[in-house]
Design a protein around this ligand. Structure first.
Ligand code: ZN
Length: 171
């Protein structure tokens, strides 16, 4: 297993889309193992999508572990949201966005998710609150989108300015 580099905004590679996985083969299994390795060895990391990692051709995979003691790994392959309900407006941050950027983003409060697990077995589950927010955030990454893309243009400009300044101070 190996740690993967987490791409940092505004790296244009963050706009790539995840490639649908046709078969769970050794290559995909290795990527999933490396993603969990990276998740568990990065501070304050609850979830990662393949598109935010420095992979040549990122597959449509996200790994999540929201448990405080990191004992509940979840892997979504080809994940999609098949139903939505309600609305929430909660703060989000991202391993790919520097400068301790946290902003409120509008999301569905409750979702129904369809995906394959890491063995390729179909799964369907409902999620709400934190897990729902997390799944929507990660599936956005696999669509080439980050949470900043969901801010108003005014807010986005302010955040971009703050991040540019942060990079200048941390070079
Ligand atoms: Zn993120």
């Amino acid at each position: 297993m190996a740690m993967l580099k987490i791409l940092q905004y505004p790296n244009p590679k963050l706009k790539r889309r995840g490639k649908k996985v046709a078969k769970i083969d050794d290559n995909i299994r290795k990527i999933i193992a490396d993603m969990f390795e990276t998740l568990y060895n990065s501070e304050n990391c609850a979830a990662l999508a393949a598109c935010q990692l420095d992979l040549a051709d990122p597959p449509h995979i996200t790994v999540i572990d929201l448990s405080p003691d990191k004992t509940q790994p979840m892997c979504l392959v080809n994940g999609e949201i098949i139903a939505r309900e309600g609305e929430m407006h909660e703060e989000e941050g991202c391993m790919s966005v520097p400068a301790s950027t946290f902003e409120k983003v509008k999301r569905s409060h409750k979702i129904k998710v369809r995906a394959l697990d890491q063995e390729g077995k179909p799964q369907e589950f409902e999620a709400e609150g934190y897990l729902a927010k997390c799944v929507q955030h990660e599936l956005d990454h696999l669509d080439g989108r980050i949470f900043l893309d969901r801010l108003s243009s005014l807010k986005r400009k302010l955040v971009d300015k703050r991040i540019t300044k942060w990079y200048r101070q941390h070079d």
